[in-house]
Design a protein around this ligand. Structure first.
Ligand code: NAP
Length: 553
């Protein structure tokens, strides 16, 4: 590419989920920049566009799992249930898209095949799967953390005679399970939400469980008109409360350290939170996520509930999680999950001792037995956080692929920018609180931070900006140090990249809380954007990287 290349637009935004929609809106209205958006789906909504499996719901409460940036939007929209269903959230995304008028900025049904930075022209070229190219000054990736579906490499899968569906790429027309024999592989959030609904509709369901998962009841209920009116009257205060918490939600504060409280108090608190429902159950005590002995108190409480609910003792034992400390894999939130195993048409097959050998023409084969089914549901998760970004085939300065820069795991500065990838910003990238928090709240914070940064850069006439390698290394070290103070690294979870063969085992999100993280990002602004290198020429930036990579003697 020649040095005279003129960008087609100022910014390319990839993804029309909640991050891409808000980024596009602010870039156009606040920054007054031209934007081209690309979205592989046919509509907006991101994760809620794809995950249409039965029972799909949010596990952050509807009233805070929504945009706060526009009071008109939050006053006009009314949530109907405590935990919104996927169709309602998708409807909300479409409502917002119309309100802020961003659809015309996006090319839908358009997959990005590659994104390449050119050091000479200081531009990005985004190439679509159809071969169309768009040149831009900046790129903003808004591809979500859980959008690259992960299907295990099962032998024989292509020979299976029935239908196969992944929960993360569910058919828009739905699946009619009436009279069908169904096998479901996977018991993470997607499996736990869908299994009860599939069991209600299907003739028979066989669930293949490798690791028993901790799940707490949603205790879902409708939100009455009066309740929503009360919420709307205090929305600003409610949003401020959410911002002041680590998870970015409405939380009931912990009552103390489980190990220092008497057994009766501990029990009463867990009973109350179980009855209240939702992930705030995990917030009962301050030591649950940092002390194994404390963690075991909450874990055993859940196992007790499983034994109480599930009638068959053998099935109850199989469903009782022992493989990891509670909370170190994302806590699931369910409606009637354990109860479902009391139905006559549901069987549980453990594939812990005997993994799925292959998928036969009639169904999964375990320990020599083929389980016949008409429909095979893969609730097998995602190549999380880094997967969606690597799928874009990004190359940075000097033609370096992101896959090479991330060979040891996703590295970034603040989860917002990657050294060696100038003028690229990653909304909720690796090293940001993202999946440990209310995603929409974290998305808003990132998008506002990035767009304010771009305003400042444009005002100052800066052409090229990049995270310094030194700042990035320090941030990655900080992220790891914080994770090491918790029990998180003890689980083989998707947070750690453990669910993808060959993926580096690194704890990817920032576990210090959305509140602390926001304060750090604000301090970086006050310091004049420390950790970013501005307008160094390509050769100077390369030199700087060489110096930073030189061994310290
Ligand atoms: P997941 O948590 O990664 O669960 C995948 C499941 O598939 C696990 O049970 C896993 O077993 C199993 N599995 C994978 N490969 C297997 C194999 N070869 N043989 C047998 N079992 C296999 O994925 P997910 O349920 O889609 O959830 C991912 C994340 O998406 C959640 O943690 C959550 O953050 C988000 N999500 C949220 C909601 C919500 O808001 N309510 C709903 C759905 C998803 P192992 O545990 O043994 O690996």
């Amino acid at each position: 590419m020649s040095a005279l290349t003129t960008p087609d637009v100022d910014v390319v935004v990839v993804g029309a989920g909640f991050a891409g929609m808000y980024a596009t809106h602010l870039l156009r209205t606040k920054n007054n920049l031209t934007v081209q958006g690309f979205e592989r789906g046919s509509g907006v909504g991101g994760t809620w566009f794809w995950n249409r499996y039965p029972g799909a719901r949010c596990d952050a409460e509807s009233i805070v799992y929504s945009y706060s940036f526009d009071d008109e939007i939050q006053q006009e929209w009314t949530w109907s249930e405590r935990w919104a269903t996927q169709p309602e959230i998708l409807e909300y995304a479409n409502f917002v898209a119309d309100k802020i008028g961003i659809r015309d900025t996006f090319r839908f049904n358009t997959e990005v095949a590659s994104m390449a930075w050119d050091d000479d022209s200081q531009t990005w070229t985004t190439t679509t799967a159809a071969g169309d190219k768009t040149v831009s000054k900046y790129v903003v990736t808004a591809v979500g953390c859980l959008s690259a579906s992960q299907v295990p490499d099962f032998k024989g899968l292509s020979d299976f005679a029935g239908q196969v569906y992944h929960t993360g790429a569910w058919p828009h027309e739905g699946v009619d399970f009436t009279g069908k024999r169904v096998c479901v592989i996977g018991t993470g959030s997607s499996g736990i939400q869908s299994i009860p609904r599939i069991a209600e509709a299907a003739d028979h369901v066989t669930v293949f469980q490798r690791t028993a998962t901790f799940t707490v009841p949603a205790q879902n209920r409708p939100l009455g008109v009066d309740e929503m009116a009360q919420v709307k009257a205090v929305y600003p205060a409610l949003r401020e409360h959410a911002k002041s918490t680590a998870a970015g939600v409405i939380v009931k504060q912990p009552i103390g350290r489980a190990l220092e409280l008497d057994a009766e108090t501990v029990r009463a608190e867990l009973d109350a939170r179980w009855a209240q429902g939702g992930p705030t159950f995990m917030n009962a005590f301050t030591d649950t996520m940092s002390d194994l002995e404390a963690n075991e108190i909450t874990a055993e409480y859940v196992r007790e509930r499983v034994r109480e609910i599930v009638q068959d003792p053998e099935t109850a034992e199989l469903l009782s999680p022992h493989a990891y400390p509670i909370g170190t894999k994302r806590i699931c939130v369910d409606t009637d999950y354990y109860e479902t195993y009391n139905r006559d048409n549901v069987d549980l097959v453990s594939v812990k001792e005997h993994p799925i050998e292959k998928i036969g023409t009639r169904g999964p084969v375990v320990n020599g037995v083929e389980y016949d089914c008409d429909v095979l549901v893969m609730a097998t998760g995602f190549d999380a956080i880094t997967g969606p970004l690597l799928r874009l085939n990004i190359t940075g300065s000097e033609g370096r692929p992101l896959s090479e820069a991330w060979a040891e795991g996703g590295k970034s500065y603040l989860g917002l920018a990657v050294a060696g990838f100038p003028n690229m910003f990653t909304v909720t990238g690796p090293g940001s609180p993202s999946v440990l928090t209310n995603m929409i709240l974290s998305i808003e914070q990132h998008v506002e931070w990035i767009t304010d940064f771009l305003l400042d850069l444009e005002d100052a006439g800066v052409g090229v900006v990049e995270a310094s390698l030194q700042a990035q290394e320090q941030w990655v070290a900080d992220v790891n140090a914080i994770a090491d103070q918790t029990l998180y690294p003890q689980a083989a979870s998707w947070y750690m990249g453990s669910n993808v063969p060959g993926k580096a085992r690194v704890f990817m999100p920032y576990a210090g809380g959305a509140d602390a993280y926001r304060a750090i990002c604000d301090e970086i602004v006050s310091s004049g954007y420390s950790g970013f290198v501005m307008d160094a020429g390509a050769s100077e930036r390369a030199e700087q990287r060489q110096e930073e990579m030189a061994p310290v003697v």
